[in-house]
Design a protein around this ligand. Structure first.
Ligand code: AR6
Length: 173
């Protein structure tokens, strides 16, 4: 099992192999963590994103990190919360899996996730955190190719939720 760390902070400051971006279908930037990542990476990130032809909800695409301290950015598109009956849980789960797949294919052993869909896209924090933690733990147990997983977010309520869930998961290991 890799080390799993939880940080209440800014993902754009992390010197790590890969950070995950909560993007939209266009991959051409936006607000929230997406805006912060594009600002910190510099305009080259948008130039590379323009060549990717967008991204389906639940899927992920990878770029370089440019001026970020992170080497790569894995852009994933979370679902907009519409009440829970529009396949949101499966799509959110797929964001974590496809992001981890890309990291694994590239041999990137340390990866940091913000709480995908938990800002503008309105996913309930407790439900999203449950999916994030359970999906990632299941994945890293299956594939022994990560040294470190970081859950990082600016929102302290999300961090509390992650800490609670990780404690429960550790007791079950
Ligand atoms: N570091 C860490 N976490 C952050 C940071 C940061 N610098 N900035 C925000 N967060 P959101 P979404 C957390 O809205 O809900 C964009 O416009 C924040 O606390 O960024 O998936 C895209 O272009 C929250 O928990 O992403 C899309 O249009 C989490 O990041 C849309 O928003 C995700 O919030 C995607 O919405």
């Amino acid at each position: 099992m890799p080390e799993i760390e939880i940080i209440n902070g800014d993902i754009t400051k992390l010197p790590i192999a890969a950070i995950v971006n909560a993007a939209n279908n266009s991959l051409l930037g936006g607000g929230g963590v997406d805006g912060a990542i594009h600002r910190a990476a510099g305009p080259w990130l948008l130039d590379e994103c323009k060549k990717l032809g967008g991204c389906e909800t639940g899927q992920s695409k990878i770029t370089k990190g440019y001026y970020l301290p992170a080497s790569f950015v894995i852009h994933t598109v979370g679902p907009v919360w519409q009440g829970g009956n529009k396949n949101e849980p499966e799509l959110l789960k797929s964001c974590y899996i496809t992001a981890l797949d890309l990291a694994r294919e590239k041999g990137l052993r340390k990866i940091a996730f913000p709480a995908i869909s938990c800002g503008v896209y309105g996913y309930p924090i407790d439900k999203a955190a449950e999916i994030a933690v359970s999906t990632v733990i299941k994945y890293v147990r299956q594939y022994d190719c990560f040294d470190k997983i970081i859950f990082i977010d600016l929102n302290p309520y999300i961090i509390k939720e992650y800490e609670k869930l990780l404690e429960i998961a550790k007791r079950q290991m």
